[in-house]
Design a binder for this molecule. Structure first.
Ligand SMILES: [Mn+2]
Length: 311
């Protein structure tokens, strides 16, 4: 029997690093048989950070490799749609997350969900609360993950605790220039030139069940205009293809420029157009709705869409 820790499917930097940081935390707390894993391939941002700091990625794991008597600890997600397939409820022993909880469990388990900017800020808090030492290499990865999830401490999800964590982790890591590290991370994230239009959309997406299934892809970039002028037609066609394949009711791509602090939503179809106009106001022009400084899918975008759907 193994105990695996992993984040959501289509893993981002926060979920990959959380597998490592929570493994270290559990080990220091005496739970030695925990194995960090990834439930999908590393995205370009994750690959960049692990490369830059010469760290090994956790092993990639598939649903088939998790045996019925293995236990799992979920980090950076909780709901079924974002989980690796075919997990039995009884296999889940703990959840550490910073997203809205959509759970219906048949038995009590350890769940720590805090409204913080990053799963790694929760890990940091647990290390501190228990007077544990964070090894320097893990501190560096955690620092990058928090900067990524909070867009360099600028997103609306950023809390005072995230700022304390970044200050502490940057001291432990010996990395003083947080802004230049953030820019490097987001440049790696923005470099989608090698990706197909479908890959750009599938690079970071979540499917929400708001009665209707809503696919929200998000691209955090430093090149919003270039992307929209050069690849719009291709991205629109790819949205349609993915919508059919995934069988979702709505599909939306959020293109967030982290330097301009601006998000533009790209949609194709009358249903999507009506939905986002209702959710955010304004008028869709040439398939695009500018929603201003709303940068967080979790805090700004998904809740507005959920509200528009239940009205
Ligand atoms: Mn996260």
């Amino acid at each position: 029997m193994n105990t695996y820790i992993f984040g959501h499917i289509k893993p981002d930097l926060d979920s990959v690093v959380a597998a490592i940081s929570f493994t270290e935390y559990r080990k220091q707390m005496g739970d030695i048989d925990v194995i960090p894993a990834m439930s999908g391939a590393a995205n370009p941002e994750t690959a960049f950070v692990f490369n830059k700091f010469q760290q090994s990625l956790p092993q990639q794991i598939t649903a088939a490799e998790i045996l019925p008597d293995d236990r799992v600890i979920l980090v950076d997600h909780n709901e079924t749609d974002q989980r690796i397939d075919n997990l039995g409820q009884e296999q889940i022993v703990s959840i550490y997350d910073h997203h809205t909880v959509y759970l219906n469990l048949t038995h009590p388990i350890e769940i720590i969900v805090l409204p913080l900017g990053s799963s790694n800020t929760i890990a940091w808090k647990l290390f501190k609360q228990n007077n544990l030492t964070i090894p320097q290499n893990i501190a560096t990865l955690m620092l990058c993950a928090i900067l990524s999830d909070t867009v360099g401490l600028k997103s609306s999800t950023t809390t005072e605790t995230d700022k304390l964590a970044v200050a502490d982790l940057s001291a432990v890591s010996n990395i003083a220039d947080i802004n230049s590290l953030t820019l490097d991370i987001f440049k790696a994230k923005s470099n989608v030139s090698a990706l197909s239009d479908e890959q750009v959309i599938l690079n970071d997406y979540k499917i929400f069940d708001f009665g209707k299934k809503v696919f929200i892809g998000q691209l955090e970039t430093v090149e919003q205009d270039t992307l929209l002028s050069g690849r719009k037609a291709g991205l629109l066609a790819a949205l349609q293809a993915i919508k059919e394949r995934e069988g979702v009711d709505y599909i939306i791509l959020a293109i967030t420029d982290i330097l301009k602090v601006n998000t533009k939503l790209l949609v194709d179809g009358a249903g999507e157009t009506d939905l986002i106009q209702k959710a955010f106001g304004g008028t869709v022009q040439e398939n695009i709705l500018d929603i201003g400084a709303k940068m967080s899918r979790k805090k700004d975008i998904a809740p507005a869409i959920e509200k528009a759907l239940i009205q």
